[in-house]
Design a protein around this ligand. Structure first.
Ligand code: AMP
Length: 413
């Protein structure tokens, strides 16, 4: 099937071709006709499947079809709500790319940055608004945003939106739009609370499910290391020296943990940057750009900061801390081995995280491959592995500690 078959017209087709898309992805094939048909839709698909274009293209197409709209006095006809700022920026980028050859106007608003410039753009009028919930409601309260003309409301990454506590905001936003609007709900997974939300605000929704990036992907080697909590940093350094190569994301649960690991890796001369919620918006964006451009090859992130961000060509994902929500494991792993490439996932499990592993394995219906041969085993009875093999042996032992550091009893981290 081609984009033309999906009733996408020339100006958009041209932009899509320039973006290098030859054919629609599966989620686009299934979703675009439903959106054009003005159906409410629940789409279960992860980042990387092409889900943004699955709603952006038909929205642009619908607006283009009614383009006797005046250039002046534009009203917001499509509203996309995103849980995180990075994702909102990324969605805006996509809309701008696809609408290059139209006169449809898009903008994005999110917190953590000055509100005045956002007000100026909004006052000039836009057709498509992408927003994070808090800033959207703030601007609405100040009468800068009018949602009376919204024809399509998109809730992107709905499960994350609810995890982040935006449920009341989302409901409020939904009520602020007209009753007749179309609602598209996108979510990587559909847990009960997303289902509940969908049942209460969507109108006889159609369902699209695309699960091609699940963690059970045969292309991802999923390795599990049982390790004492206090040795995780050492294990991480050991693996970075010997095993994990290429573009890597390391997930930690807390902002504090991200900062701590970043300092350690920097001191060990790794090219690393990080993203988490306490960093300024520009700081987060800079880190992301540096990683995407290849200035650094390691990105340390919390789940919330990294979620939904389109990062291609990942060679490895490291679960430095295991997620307590098993679905999060699926999101993390889904970032590697995209588009038929192979990838690696390394999970560190300390004694207090064993329960998480159980839940993850239950969810993905797969046993992770336990790596017993490493220098920091969790079980004290198990002998630490002294590498003798040609492959990893002497190289690892030399690299792990310098003579100088061996003398220092207390480590600096
Ligand atoms: P998304 O799932 O929306 O985050 O998209 C993941 C990546 O796929 C983005 O880099 C898109 O630019 C890209 N993409 C989306 N649709 C297509 C397509 N039909 N062909 C090739 N790449 C695509």
């Amino acid at each position: 099937m081609s984009f033309k078959d999906l009733k996408i017209s020339k100006p958009i087709l041209r932009a899509v071709a320039e973006a290098g898309y030859d054919n629609p992805t599966l989620v686009q094939e299934k979703t675009i006709p439903l959106v054009l048909y003005k159906k409410d839709v629940i789409v279960s698909a992860q980042t990387g499947t092409g889900k943004t274009a699955a709603f952006a293209l038909p929205i642009l197409q619908s607006l283009l079809d009614q383009q006797d709209a005046p250039k002046k006095g534009k009203t917001i006809k499509a509203l996309i709500v995103s849980p995180t700022r990075e994702l909102a920026i990324q969605i805006e980028d996509n809309f701008k790319t696809y609408s290059t050859y139209t006169n449809l106007r898009t903008t994005v608003v999110y917190g953590g940055t000055p509100i005045e410039p956002q007000k100026d753009v909004l006052k000039k009028g836009v057709d498509i608004l992408i927003a994070t919930p808090g800033r959207l409601l703030d601007l609405h309260k100040q009468d800068i945003i009018n949602l009376d003309y919204v024809e399509t409301l998109v809730l992107d990454e709905a499960d994350l939106m609810l995890d982040m506590g935006f449920i009341d905001d989302v409901r409020k936003i939904e009520r602020l739009c007209t009753k007749e609007k179309q609602i598209l709900l996108f979510s990587a997974t559909i847990p009960h609370k997303v289902e509940q939300l969908a049942n209460s605000i969507l109108n006889s929704p159609e369902r699209v499910e695309v699960t091609q990036n699940s963690s059970t992907s045969k292309n991802v080697a999923q390795l599990l290391y049982y390790v004492p909590k206090k040795n995780k940093i050492e294990l991480c350094l050991h693996l970075l020296r010997n095993t994990i190569k290429g573009n890597i994301i390391i997930f930690r649960r807390t902002k504090f943990g991200v900062d701590k690991l970043e300092k350690t890796l920097l001191k060990n001369n790794y090219k690393v940057d990080s993203i988490h919620g306490d960093k300024s918006q520009t700081g987060r964006q800079d880190a992301l750009n540096r990683f995407k451009k290849g200035d650094v090859n390691i990105l340390i992130a919390t789940d919330v900061a990294a979620r939904g961000i389109d990062i291609n060509d990942l060679d490895a994902v490291v679960n430095f801390d295991l997620p307590n929500v098993p679905e999060t494991y699926v999101h993390r792993i889904g970032r590697t081995a995209r588009a038929g490439n192979t990838g690696m996932a390394f999970s560190f499990c300390s004694a207090d995280e064993k329960e998480y592993i159980k839940n993850i394995q239950q969810l993905i219906q797969l046993q992770l491959d336990i790596v017993e041969e490493h220098p920091y085993p969790l079980d004290p009875k198990a002998k630490p592995i002294i590498h003798k093999s040609k492959k990893t042996g002497s190289k690892h032992r030399k690299g792990r500690k310098s003579e100088a550091s061996k003398k220092k009893k207390k480590r600096w981290y």
